[in-house]
Write a protein that binds this ligand. Structure first.
Ligand code: ADP
Ligand code: ZN
Length: 608
């Protein structure tokens, strides 16, 4: 197929004039009946990789997807784009199912979504192998992996289905980065000559920021007041704190609810549905809340507690900004979290080797919270992607830390640690440095050592930050096998003898007004806000008319912004907007163009 034909269909059906990275290659492979594995971060544009071939190829594309809510929204989006699609899952009535199968058999469907349970059932395999298929797409393909958090036994059996469809190309898609999982997908699904395409795991629309775990509720409330009516998730470590946090937010007038695995299944479904339909803005949840949620317009993910490792962290923040619009990931981390996880690990089943791995991962997570260099790069490095230039959308890049010569500060801390026999933890060491007569200090008669009160000019939180930095620089060591007491390292002596300088950074002020978010591509800042608001209101009307469908199935925010910038007053000009395909032009064009024209003439009148 010619490139011009493909680009024509891209604009006609999806309203886009360009491919994103790797999309074109993935589409080409589907069109030439070759197998592929597409690894792209959330929001990267995986769906298009099979939806565009589905439109171009003869026959029907079967899409295996574990997320019912996502299936439903995808079907709505496709239908709005004039692409006939349907979904078979546990929510279908027998009559609906008959109707869908009927439509499929007559060739009236371009895409059929099925749940994995359905896809591996004998009756379905028999039926589908008799249909005229063009392509099989397997979404969330990492669910075949028994090591991940999302393992689904049915996924492991998908190879049976595929073996019944030998000539049909397969495209597997996932947002899971690591090499082992990728290999497992290709192995388990038995995909011959499969090419893997891996995009960068950077999420340019995600702003990353970390704070010490101090006055978290106040900080969260401040954030929520500055960003009203936005959808977001607050992850907490315990069931109890999900309930408490939700209750506190409700008392302050926010639309918040809690969610955890111990809740009644009926209640859990209700909370999910309310969130999905924008009736609740904030979900305070344990990590049980994740799979099954597919809400593209989640604007923030807040970690009330630190996650147990970077994999979990990246997966959890990945739920924000799926629509590609700016979103925020705010992380609160305190050393108490580390202690809690260490306890979990200690009490967990599993070999000592396994536990050691969990501990290592935990410490990498802690280091990440304390880092003074680009956070995105730290994550990318963890997943094996190395680069030097900063991302420009994390707290460190936007507001680089101020360094100073901290040699004397470090000497005081190391010396006190030494004089205390390397036998105290962070809190007691700070008490001694600050000259506080705390019960521990008195019990150990620590007020008698020479460095008692030597750092009384430095505040508690500052000391906490400095000690963390000394640990990260390898000058102090947290001894996890001795109740997290601090000890000196091989480098400490040089500092104490004045042979080594130490750079420290001022701790970051959690109350500081954060920098304005950088827009992806920076092209979206100059639109007419008043017009945008009018168009967003029109979009809401259209959503209601269509039976409360999600806003993005009509037009994305990015499309509305472009409309509010270019102000198209004719259908031809409107058709040029990114995200406006032929069907949406026909269906919604008139009303949007009318709204824009009214706005323009109103403005013209007022300026007379
Ligand atoms: P993923 O499944 O990888 O998380 P999606 O397929 O949902 O991501 O795509 C994320 C967003 O990017 C959607 O709003 C989609 O319409 C948009 N998108 C995808 N491809 C393009 C493109 N080529 N140009 C502009 N926007 C695109
Ligand atoms: Zn950065």
């Amino acid at each position: 197929m010619q490139e011009s034909q493909i680009l024509f269909a891209l604009k006609k059906y999806f309203g886009y004039s360009q491919f994103r990275f790797h999309q074109e290659e993935a589409v080409q492979r589907c069109l030439t009946a070759q197998n592929s594995l597409v690894v792209m971060p959330t929001g990267g544009g995986k769906s298009l990789c099979y939806q565009l071939p589905a439109v171009l190829l003869e026959g029907m594309t079967l899409v295996v997807s574990p997320l019912i809510a996502l299936m439903r929204d995808q079907v709505t989006s496709l239908t709005n784009n004039g692409i006939p699609a349907a979904a078979l899952n546990s929510e279908c009535t027998p009559e609906e199912e008959d109707r869908i199968r009927q439509a499929a058999s007559t060739g009236a469907l371009k895409l059929l979504y099925v749940s994995p349970e359905r896809a591996v059932s004998g009756a379905f395999c028999d039926w589908v192998s008799q249909q005229k298929l063009a392509l099989v797409a397997i979404d969330e393909a990492h669910c075949v992996s028994i090591w991940g958090n999302d393992f689904r036994p049915e996924y492991a059996r998908l190879a049976d289905l595929l073996s019944r469809l030998p000539q049909i190309p397969v495209i597997a898609l996932t947002a899971t980065a690591d090499e082992a999982t990728r290999r497992e997908i290709v192995d388990k699904l038995q995909l011959p000559d499969c090419q893997t395409m891996v995009s960068s795991f950077e999420r340019p629309n995600l702003h990353l920021e970390a704070f010490p775990a101090l006055q978290r509720m106040q900080a969260i409330e401040r954030y929520l007041r500055r960003n009203p009516d936005q959808a977001g998730i607050i992850y907490c470590l315990s069931r109890k704190s999900t309930e408490e946090t939700a209750r506190k937010l409700q008392q302050k007038g926010f639309r918040a609810r809690h969610y955890h695995a111990r809740m009644d299944p009926e209640d859990r479904r209700e909370v999910q549905a309310q969130f999905q339909q924008d009736q609740v803005d904030i979900i305070c949840a344990t990590i049980a809340f994740g799979m099954g949620i597919d809400k593209p317009n989640i604007r923030f993910v807040i970690h009330y507690n630190m996650p147990k490792n970077l994999e979990s962290y990246y997966q959890e923040i990945g739920r924000a900004g799926r629509d590609g619009e700016p979103a925020e990931a705010l992380l609160f981390a305190g050393y108490n979290d580390v202690r809690t996880y260490l306890d979990f690990i200690e009490r967990s089943e599993g070999s000592e080797v396994y536990r050691q791995v969990q501990r290592e991962k935990l410490f990498r997570m802690w280091e990440f919270t304390q880092t003074q260099s680009c956070r995105t790069n730290a994550i990318l490095a963890y997943f094996g992607e190395h680069r030097v230039t900063g991302c420009g959308h994390c707290d460190i890049c936007l507001d680089p830390p101020q360094g100073f010569d901290g040699t004397v500060v470090a000497q005081k801390a190391l010396s006190a640690c030494y004089r205390l026999g390397q036998n105290v933890g962070t809190n007691t060491l700070i008490d001694v440095l600050r000259g506080t007569l705390s019960p521990e200090v008195l019990a150990g008669q620590m007020q008698d050592i020479k460095t008692f009160g030597a750092g009384s000019d430095i505040g508690w939180k500052h000391w906490q930050s400095y000690l963390g930095q000394l640990v990260n620089q390898g000058l102090l060591c947290i001894d996890y096998h001795r109740q997290s007491r601090l000890s000196l390292t091989s480098l400490s002596a040089e500092v104490l003898k004045g042979q080594r300088q130490v750079q420290l950074c001022e701790p970051r002020d959690p109350k500081a007004q954060r920098k304005v978010l950088k827009d992806p591509g920076d092209q979206n800042t100059d639109y007419d806000q008043a017009l945008y608001d009018l168009l967003a209101a029109l979009r809401r009307e259209l959503c209601e008319e269509a039976g409360s469908v999600p806003a993005y199935t009509i037009f994305s925010n990015a499309s509305l912004q472009e409309m509010a910038r270019r102000k198209p007053t004719s259908l031809v000009l409107f058709g040029d907007i990114s995200g406006v395909g032929a069907r949406k032009l026909e269906k919604f064009g008139d009303r949007f163009v009318q709204k824009i024209s009214e706005y323009q003439s109103q403005n013209a009148l007022e300026s007379l």
